[in-house]
Design a protein around this ligand. Structure first.
Ligand code: GTP
Length: 161
């Protein structure tokens, strides 16, 4: 079986750990325990009839100007950038953030995920989508288990490219 290292990055508290927890364990918790450093989980996914073992690196949240240690990206095949649809500060500088990740990791495609859909009305969601300058790949809710699996499958598809 092939194994691929993938990373989740983004601001503090956007739901990176919660997305992984939903995907790997099908659980959700309202508690917020900030990740320190990095935490690795794994799950085998089936993509186009191939089994892929995803080694999922949950990287501690950063603010826009803080750099993720370059060593975290060593050997990484794909990355997911997660922001919080309900908190503007997590996507205001999305362009810079993505540029910095592309530069550090050498990865071209980054899966862009807006999380916590359950906290917004339909109108609020539309406004956020219009505000953001980059194309959002998936809108998720770790809480309500919406689109979480799809987000990780897209990550897997980029990892095997
Ligand atoms: P850092 O480790 O600090 O970078 O945070 P993180 O990005 O891993 O966020 P985490 O998963 O710890 O979630 C932060 C808070 O948001 C927790 O209280 C979660 O319960 C909550 N949360 C995460 N995902 C969702 C969601 O989809 N909807 C709602 N309503 N809350 C969520």
């Amino acid at each position: 079986m092939i194994a691929k290292k993938v990373l989740l990055v983004g601001n503090f508290g956007v739901g990176k750990t919660s997305l992984i927890r939903r995907f790997v364990l099908n659980q959700f918790s309202e508690d917020y325990i900030s990740t320190i450093g990095v935490r690795v989980s794994s799950k085998v996914v089936l993509y186009e009839n191939k089994e892929i073992k995803l080694l999922i690196w949950d990287v501690a949240g950063t603010s826009g100007d803080e750099k993720i240690p370059k060593a975290y990206f060593l050997g990484a095949s794909a990355a997911m950038f997660v922001f919080d649809l309900s908190r503007e500060e997590t996507y205001l500088t999305i362009d810079n953030y993505l540029e910095s990740i592309r530069h550090l990791s050498g990865l071209k495609d980054i899966t862009i995920v807006g999380n916590k859909k359950d906290l917004l009305t339909k109108e609020e969601l539309e406004t956020v989508i219009e505000t953001i300058s980059v194309k959002i790949d998936l809108i998720t809710s770790a809480k309500e288990d919406e689109n979480v699996e799809s987000a990780f499958l897209q990550l897997a598809s980029q990892a095997i490219k």
